[in-house]
Design a protein around this ligand. Structure first.
Ligand code: C5P
Length: 325
């Protein structure tokens, strides 16, 4: 007999804007961000297990599956706070790992939502978001997804109008950028103007795609590009290929580009794949009023390049050699 469980989708996000402020008493930075869900998700099935169990299986062999994994931490948090029984998490990862797309945070948030349903707690979003704060700065947003203005450490969330619907190409280089390092280095990057958050919210409200895309900014990007010049090359290549805007998301290293034309986007996808064969490159939908929960327009699944066949080699650095002509 097939075991019954609950299913959740864990959606990835990009930072349309990321402004860094001062350092807080708790050591974190004040941030002002515009977060936007994209049409790329991990699939999560949750099953009941005997008390105290918190186990994880995943399609990616190299992913840490013990208590260090945020999904397992999310189960432990619900067990500690609400005394729920054991949970087994089956995770099918499609969001690039360590990419600046909140993949781990999205999984943890999905586990909070799903395990709460599995054990009939049916906790409201506000309660789940409070719990989520204990797991990481991006986890409260991942509980609700969509399009949000995020302030404070990233946990003060206000829903805003979505980014106008468009196509998005994601390029995840094969190296990682440490988030704490990125925030520390921010302080030694002068001439790093912030995003015009209010202006961008207005442009999004007016569904002005070209303006919204051209206003995207990330104050963690400058230092990343200085250390990994290939990121700047990816952005300029995307712009040359017709993107309306291209930026790094979060603390990187993923760069995303916005396209308003399917033909242009398809051509850009093919060119980027030819030039950057060793990188993970995905096309997906971004924005629009219609959330993606129905699984329609799932470009990334049809594409078949995500998940199991990802390149796991981790070069030391992102260099010009990553461009193959
Ligand atoms: O909360 P999270 O675990 O995602 O944060 C990882 C690290 O990123 C923190 O330990 C901190 O160094 C840095 N960070 C920060 N300010 C934020 C979010 C993250 O300094 N608002």
């Amino acid at each position: 007999m097939k075991e019954s469980g609950v299913f959740e989708r864990a959606f990835a996000k990009v930072n349309l804007a990321l402004n860094v402020g001062g350092i807080r008493a708790d050591g974190y930075h004040e941030v002002t961000m515009i977060l936007q869900q994209v049409d790329v998700w991990d699939e999560i099935d949750l099953y009941k297990r005997p008390r105290f169990e918190a186990s994880l299986e995943c399609n990616l062999p190299y992913l840490v599956k013990d208590e260090r994994n945020l999904a397992v931490k999310a189960v432990r948090l619900l067990q500690k706070t609400y005394g729920i029984g054991g949970v087994h998490v089956r995770l099918f990862k499609k969001i690039p790992v360590a990419a600046g797309m909140a993949g781990g945070s999205a999984d943890a948030a999905a586990v909070l939502r799903g395990a709460s349903r599995l054990y009939g707690l049916d906790l409201p979003d506000e309660r789940l978001m409070k719990l989520a704060q204990q797991l990481g700065s991006d986890v409260p947003y991942c509980v609700i997804g969509g399009t949000c203005l995020a302030e404070g450490r990233g946990e003060k969330l206000t829903r805003i109008d979505p980014f106008p619907e468009a196509l998005c190409i994601l390029v995840k280089p094969n190296f990682g950028i440490s988030t704490p390092w990125s925030y520390q280095q921010y302080h030694v990057t002068p001439d790093n103007p912030p995003a015009d958050i209010d202006g961008m919210i207005e442009a999004m409200k007016a569904s002005d795609l070209a303006k919204s895309a051209s206003m995207m900014r990330n104050q963690l990007e400058k230092i990343a590009v200085e250390h990994y010049p290939v990121l700047g090359r990816i952005e300029s290549t995307m712009m040359d290929l017709g993107a309306l805007g291209a930026r790094m998301t979060g603390s990187g290293p993923t760069v995303f580009g916005i396209f308003d034309d399917a033909l242009k986007a398809q051509k850009a996808l093919m060119t980027l794949r030819r030039q950057l064969g060793r990188m993970e490159i995905i096309m997906c939908r971004i924005g629009g009023k219609d959330p993606y929960h129905g699984g329609q327009g799932d470009l990334c699944e049809k594409d078949g390049r995500q998940g199991a066949d990802r390149d796991t080699a981790l070069p030391e650095n992102g260099s010009e050699e990553d461009f193959e002509s």
